[in-house]
Ligand binder design. Structure first.
Ligand SMILES: [Zn+2]
Ligand SMILES: [Zn+2]
Length: 184
């Protein structure tokens, strides 16, 4: 399926095949049924795709390789979605400036409270290396204006995560996992 191979070296190309896949988020490492893992995917999944994620010319991956690598880690699913819906930074992080990362362009999710790092650094769970993340950590305490904006929503989210963990535990017929899920 050469037609599905990702584009390379085309920053901010109009959303296409991989943008649509990112929004659907069907990889098992990103979801189970209708439940999306982690805090990032649910927050970003309803946003509009603004670009087709483009790989660096040095990463000419075929569609199968991209699919395989995305599904290795939840963070990779998140990185692809951020690259699709996020905001390109005028002043890229140090890592992107040095040409590191899978994607062309340093794209941030605009929700620094849960993910200060750019998509490129987040890929492979390397977010800590991002200069944005370091800035966020060392910078002033986050504004308190968001505290308490949606306490019910976050409680619901927490419950949904616990229910999901229990469900997974049953899937594996593993009582140990269930105990861990219930923090017993
Ligand atoms: Zn970056
Ligand atoms: Zn970065």
């Amino acid at each position: 399926m050469a037609g599905d191979d990702p584009i390379t070296d085309q920053p901010n190309a109009p959303p296409g095949h991989w943008a649509a896949k990112a929004i659907k988020t069907l990889w098992p490492s990103g979801r189970k049924g209708s439940f999306l893992y982690g805090p990032i995917l649910p927050k970003l999944q309803n946003l509009d795709a603004v670009r087709e994620p483009s790989l660096r010319p040095s990463r000419e991956w075929k569609a199968e390789k991209v699919d395989f690598n995305i599904d290795l880690k939840r963070q990779n699913v998140e990185a692809l979605l951020v690259q699709t819906v996020g905001k390109e930074m005028n002043d890229p992080c140090e890592s992107c400036q040095n040409g590191q990362g899978l994607f062309v362009g340093c794209v941030s999710p605009e929700c620094a409270d849960i993910m200060p790092q750019c998509a490129n650094c987040h890929w492979g769970k390397q977010g800590h290396r991002c200069s944005f993340a370091k800035m966020h950590k060392d910078g002033p305490a986050p504004s308190t204006e968001k505290v308490g904006t949606a306490p019910m929503a976050s409680k619901k989210r927490k419950l949904a995560e616990i229910v999901d963990e229990i469900e997974m535990a049953f899937d594996h017929s593993n009582l140990l996992l269930l105990k861990q899920a219930l923090r017993l």
